[in-house]
Design a protein around this ligand. Structure first.
Ligand code: PAF
Length: 291
């Protein structure tokens, strides 16, 4: 495994692999790798000749006042994880390697980026699409891997790839959870012991929503109210949103007629946690595992 910090050097390596006809699988990350990242890496490892993992805490996807400075970082451990998973290259550029002085071009998806996390984090997805396109251009992957936990991010990136004819296949990998259901996230580190005990209620409330649909409830408002009540009473967290939307367009649904994405964002202590499940009405089968 090699660690590359310079963009030009990374491009040269990529060119050499391409010349040899190697396929490249790419897992973009902000580091502090956990089992969620590892499941993306393992899939990339199974499916490609070369696996590249980027570790870059992207400043432009954080809003002023958000946790850019305190975002957890542990490069030493990340290196060990990548070594263990037999990846070929960690690309870990400095901020100036990605955004050199005078950088003035940004990529903005203008529909799927607006609801859910986009509402209270304006500019966040613009930061994500800009860095991901830039990383795609440097690494030139055949396939890139993203987690379903960040459902909206995955959809926004897929849309960017489609709209801009970017020659990469985007694969979405199921959410990995702790034993008690809490979705794996680097931000779980911010939770105190007491908050950590409360946090699994987020997924419990989503599962309960899935069961309501399974039992015949179609009214999105009623389901949202139940989720809200559960999260409020079990976590005391600050709910950013609870949304029931079309899993393709992210348009809000009043009634769940076939499939829906039920997505939440909750701030517990210093951790803003997001999670989601996809539900299908009975007959079409509820994909409980595919959350
Ligand atoms: O999901 C993340 O960790 C980040 O948003 C990504 C895709 C690595 C872009 O910085």
């Amino acid at each position: 495994m090699i660690v590359v910090k310079k963009t030009d050097e990374m491009k040269k390596k990529v060119l050499a692999w391409k010349k040899k006809g190697k396929t490249i699988g790419f897992v973009p990350t902000m580091g502090f790798l956990h089992k969620g990242h590892i499941s993306l890496i393992k899939k990339a490892r199974r499916e490609n000749d070369i696996v590249a993992v980027s570790i870059f805490v992207n400043p432009i996807q954080f809003l002023p006042g958000e946790d850019f400075a305190s975002y957890p970082r542990d490069f030493e451990n990340d290196e060990k994880v990548c070594e263990r998973e037999k990846i070929d290259v960690i690309f870990s550029p400095a901020a100036t390697g990605i955004y050199p002085e005078g950088f003035s071009t940004f990529v903005e998806e203008k529909e799927l980026s607006l609801p859910l996390c986009g509402r209270n984090r304006p500019g966040h997805f613009r930061g994500v699409t800009t860095v991901v396109l830039k990383l795609f251009n440097i690494i030139r992957p055949d396939t890139a891997y993203f987690g379903q936990k960040d459902a909206q991010q995955s959809l926004v990136i897929k849309k960017m790839v489609k709209d801009l004819d970017i020659p990469v296949k985007v694969k979405i990998v199921p959410t990995v959870r702790e034993r008690d259901g809490l979705a794996m996230s680097s931000r779980n580190k911010y939770l105190s012991g007491e908050e950590r005990e409360k946090a699994p209620a987020i997924y419990k409330s989503l599962k309960m929503a899935g069961e309501m649909v399974l039992k015949g409830e179609r009214n999105a408002f009623k389901i949202k109210k139940r989720v809200e009540k559960t999260i409020n009473s079990a976590t005391g967290g600050e709910i950013d949103y609870i949304e029931i939307v079309c899993p393709v367009s992210l348009e809000a649904l009043k009634r769940i007629e076939s499939g829906a994405l039920i997505a939440v964002a909750v701030k517990i202590g210093n951790a803003r946690l997001i999670d989601n499940i996809i539900v299908k009405t009975p007959g079409k089968g509820i994909r409980k595992g595919k959350s």
